[in-house]
Design a protein around this ligand. Structure first.
Ligand code: PHE
Length: 455
């Protein structure tokens, strides 16, 4: 059994752990990315492939990541090193933990910039700007935000500051407290928004779009996109799930929790689609408009519909809440590492990581304005970060988790950590993790390499 450092905190119950983990999973990925990627990927076919990836690849990797975290009882690099030592394997495996800490930091740096846009849009709905946009002016309003690095940097700063505030307070009084209030609020907001959209918009068309697959739209690119999205949405491969796993009480069933988290995350993504697409169809807007879908396209609907400004306000508030319960899980791996390994006080570690993420995030801020023409392989700083994290670090992290749990760890240790489920269920998880996941992930890498070389 791994050594348990005495100051390593734990969640107070299974329920608060589930809330925190669902909070990490549910974020901009569900409400901003999933709808626009489904929109661009042709709707139903993308959704179906996505569902397959969530349950066949995502949930098993999540089980593996939680198991490493709980058994390793420390921040990701040390947790993996602890286990590698115990299992008589090379300490080189701790690269998996390092990649996570670094990757989570990189994602945090740009995630908070986009979360900053949502803060700006809350502000815009309050002062009435979005109430007046039209199909002609909405692009200008969004473009105006992107053009102003000062404005984006200010919101980015505010969002990081809120994340630091929660993380500085620790696991039980920070993370747990925050999710106990924020997650119920998130669900209530989401239900109100879906109900309204279904009544006021084109519910039938939205349902057909999301649930009737048109397989002619499925290209290799869409499939890779769906896998990347499944990883991003479930927060996999970046140490976020691993660190929450390390705070998980021994009595909680990891496989059962992972299934609940995967299902909840998927339900929220689909509900977000049902809050957005009925309006997009009702006002004849473009479902395939891409990253601007909710910032540029959706406000056109808000401006025309009755009660639209209230809807808009609630929508962007929902997005901010979802984003903050995710960003805390990105900051936590590095903060806990600094705290446990280098004895930095938590408050100082949180502020330090916050400042670093803010400064590094300025690269993303500038990508939309003063550095828009600075490109590496035809990608801006932001596009590069997004590509490196989403298409390389996350799937690579997932692959290493699958290989570590499936091949490097002894069977008996894995079985012991996942002892809550029957032999049959365990065999299925183990098979998916040790055989199916590595093959699927390697195929994806070959494809990504192909994309890189053939453009
Ligand atoms: N899962 C989060 C979302 O959907 C993003 C995230 C990625 C969170 C990686 C933590 C780690 O928005």
């Amino acid at each position: 059994m791994a050594r348990v450092s005495s100051d390593h905190e734990h969640f107070s119950s299974r329920w608060t752990f589930i809330l925190a983990a669902v909070g990490s999973a549910v974020g901009l990925g569900n409400i901003w990315k999933f709808p626009y990627e489904a929109g661009q990927g042709g709707g139903g076919a993308f959704v179906l492939v996505y569902l397959g990836f969530v349950f066949l690849i995502g949930v098993p990797v999540m089980i593996g990541e939680l198991a490493i975290g709980r058994r390793g009882q420390s921040s990701p690099p040390i947790a993996v090193a602890n286990l590698a030592f115990e299992e008589g394997r090379s300490v080189f495996w701790s690269i998996l933990g390092w990649m996570g800490v670094l990757g989570a930091f990189l994602v945090l740096s740009f995630y908070s910039v986009i979360a900053g846009w949502t803060l700006d849009y809350i502000f815009k709905t309050v002062i009435g700007v979005t109430g007046q946009v039209t199909a002609e002016t909405s692009g200008e309003v969004f473009g105006g935000l992107l053009a102003s690095w000062e404005r984006m940097a200010a919101w980015h700063f505010l969002f990081i500051a809120m994340t630091v505030f929660i993380i500085a307070r620790g696991v039980t009084s920070g993370i747990e407290q925050a999710v106990t209030y924020l997650m119920p609020a998130l669900f209530v907001l989401l239900i109100i928004l879906v109900a309204y959209a279904l009544v006021a918009g084109e519910a039938r068309q939205a349902m057909l779009f999301l649930f009737q697959p048109d397989f002619s739209k499925l290209t290799p690119n869409v499939v890779i996109q769906a896998l990347g999205q499944a990883f991003f949405s479930l927060s996999l491969g970046l140490g976020a799930v691993m660190i929450y796993g390390s705070y998980l009480p021994k009595s909680v069933s990891i496989p059962r929790s992972a299934v609940i988290i995967g299902a909840a995350d998927t339900v929220v993504a689909l509900l977000a689609g049902l809050a957005i697409f009925p309006l997009v169809f009702a006002y004849n807007l473009d479902v395939g408009s891409g990253p601007g879908l909710i910032f540029e396209t959706l406000p056109i609907a808000f401006a025309q519909m009755p009660g639209g400004s209230i809807f808009g306000f609630l929508f962007f508030t929902l997005l901010t809440v979802a984003a903050i319960t995710s960003s805390i899980s990105m900051m936590e791996p590095m903060v806990s590492y600094l705290q446990e390994r280098h004895y930095v006080k938590r408050v100082k570690a949180a502020i330090g990581v916050g400042i670093a993420a803010f400064v590094f995030g300025l690269g993303t801020v500038f990508s939309f304005n003063i550095w828009a023409d600075v490109k590496l392989f035809d990608r801006t700083f932001f596009d590069t970060l997004d590509f490196v994290t989403n298409n390389l670090l996350m799937p690579l992290g997932g692959l290493l988790v699958a290989l570590f749990v499936g091949w490097a760890m002894r069977f008996a240790s894995v079985r012991e950590e996942l002892s809550s489920v029957s032999d049959g269920f365990f065999a299925r998880i183990y098979g998916l993790l040790s055989v199916v996941c590595p093959i699927a992930l390697v195929l994806v890498f070959l494809n990504v390499a192909g994309l890189l070389s053939f453009g």
